[in-house]
Design a protein around this ligand. Structure first.
Ligand code: CO
Length: 202
C-alpha cells in the first residue's frame, strides 16, 4: 500500500548507501559519541528544518523544537535539553532560531482561540503586551508580524538568560554565547539580530 511516508524510508536507504559510499566509516564514527558545537531552539514548522537550512552534518547541532521557539521556565522538556547541552555536552553556543511567517506567532497576534495551544501561545502574547506600542505603530500587517517574530526571538534570548542553567554557567565563569537568528523561508536566508549583544556573556 502506498502512503505519504513510505518514500521517506526509501530515501533513507538511498541516503545511507550514498553516505557509506563516500565514507565507509561514517556511521561507525557516530557510535563513539556526540560533540555538537551548538544547541539550537527552533520552531516545529516543517519549512525551517535547521540541518537542511544550515547545512549541518549529523553530530553538529543539538536541537530542540517547539511551536514558535519558546523558552518557557516551566517547560521541563526544554530545560532538560538546555541543561544537558550546557553541563554534559559542554556546548558554548545557543541559537534561538525563529522564522518569519511563523503560524504560532501569527495566531498569538490574531488572538484566535484554537484550544490547548492557546496556553502555549500565551508566552508570545506576553511579548506582544510588552511591545504593544511598537507593534501598533507598524501599519503594514506583514511588517508587523515580521517584527513580532524578531521580538519573540529576542524575548526568548532574555528568557534563556533567566534560566537557572544559564545563571549557573555564568556564575561558574563558563562561556555561553546566545545567538538570535531569524530564518526567512521566502528567501532561504538566515538573519542575525543584534549581533553586538550576542557576543557578551553577561
Ligand atoms: Co513557526
Amino acid at each position: 500500500m502506498k502512503d505519504n511516508v513510505t518514500k521517506f524510508l526509501q530515501n533513507n536507504r538511498q541516503w545511507l548507501a550514498e553516505k557509506q559510499d563516500i565514507e565507509p566509516q561514517y556511521f561507525q564514527k557516530l557510535t563513539t559519541g556526540q560533540q555538537p558545537v551548538a544547541l539550537l531552539l527552533g520552531c516545529s514548522d516543517s519549512r525551517v528544518s535547521p540541518a537542511v537550512v544550515l547545512g549541518s552534518d549529523l553530530g553538529e547541532i543539538f536541537v530542540h523544537r517547539n511551536i514558535a521557539n519558546v523558552v518557557a521556565h516551566s517547560d521541563m522538556n526544554f530545560l532538560s535539553v538546555l541543561q544537558y547541552a550546557v553541563e554534559v555536552l559542554g556546548i558554548e553556543d545557543v541559537i534561538v532560531y525563529g522564522h518569519y511567517g511563523c503560524g504560532g506567532v501569527k495566531a498569538a497576534w490574531e488572538d484566535d482561540a484554537i484550544g490547548l495551544i492557546d496556553n502555549w501561545l500565551a508566552h508570545i502574547k506576553d511579548v506582544i503586551a510588552r511591545h504593544q506600542a511598537e507593534l501598533d505603530a507598524i501599519v503594514d500587517e506583514h511588517d508587523r508580524l515580521d517584527r513580532l517574530v524578531e521580538l519573540n526571538v529576542l524575548a526568548q534570548i532574555e528568557n534563556l538568560r533567566q534560566t537557572s542553567i544559564y545563571r549557573k554557567a555564568m556564575k561558574a565563569g563558563k562561556t555561553l554565547r546566545l545567538h538570535a537568528w531569524v530564518y526567512d523561508f521566502a528567501s532561504g536566508k538566515v538573519n542575525v539580530l543584534e549581533p553586538e549583544r550576542m557576543m557578551s556573556a553577561a
